[in-house]
Write a protein that binds this ligand. Sequence first.
Ligand SMILES: [Mn+2]
Length: 233
Amino acid sequence: MPKVPTAWHRAIYGRLFLVDILDLYDDMERIVYLDSDILMNQPVPELFEMDMQGQCIAGVADADSYERKLTLGMAEGSAYINSGVLVIDTARWAALDASRRIIDYINSFPKALLYPDQDAINYILCDEILLLPPEYNMMWMICDSDIPKIMRNIDHFYYSAEELKHALHHIKICHFAGHDMWTFYGITPIPAKIFKKYRNGSDWRTEKRHFNNVSECLLWLMMSVKRMIVGEW
Ligand SMILES: [Mn+2]
C-alpha cells in the first residue's frame, strides 16, 4: 500500500486495484469506476460500449490539470484527467502492469503528491488516456455559467467553449469534489439544483444540514450571503 498524505484516506487507492480484484471473479473487459461523491444524473451505458481507441483509460480533464502537469513535469499537451470517473480497459491495464507501476511511482515520489492516485495515474498512463466530454464528470468548480471564466480556470487544450456550454446543460455525472455534497449542496447553482432534486426524492429530504468543523460553517455562511446577493438557488 502506498503512503497516504494526511489530507486523504487510503480508500483513494481502491481504484488502483479494481482490475486485479474484479478479474478474480469474472472475465471483465471494462470497468467504470465512480467516486462516492458523484451523482448520476443520467444513465451512461455508452461508457461500457464506446470505442476506447486502443487506450487504457478514459476520463474528463481535471480542473487543476495545468498546474499539476507543470509540477509533475508532464508535457504541456498531455491529457490530465480527474480520477473520480474512470473508464478502464482491463486487458490493456493488465498488459501495462499499471497497478504496480502507479504504486511504485507514488512511493518513489520524494514528497507526498497532492492528488496521489490521480497524479500517478496521469503520469504513468500519459500516452494511454482517452478524453471524455465534460458532461461525464462535471466538477462543481467548472459548473459555472460564466464560460470564459471556466476557460481561464481549466486547461485550454481540452474543451471548446461550445463543448463546455453543452455539458453544463446536459450533465450526466455531477462530481462534488472537495466538499461534502450534503453540507454545501454544491458551491455553484447547477450542482445544487441537481443535488436538491435527488435529495427531495429520497428518504433524507428532511435531513438537516450538518458541518464537520467551524471553517465549513463559515464557508457556508459566506455562500449564503453570496446567494442573497446573486439570487437563491
Ligand atoms: Mn471525488
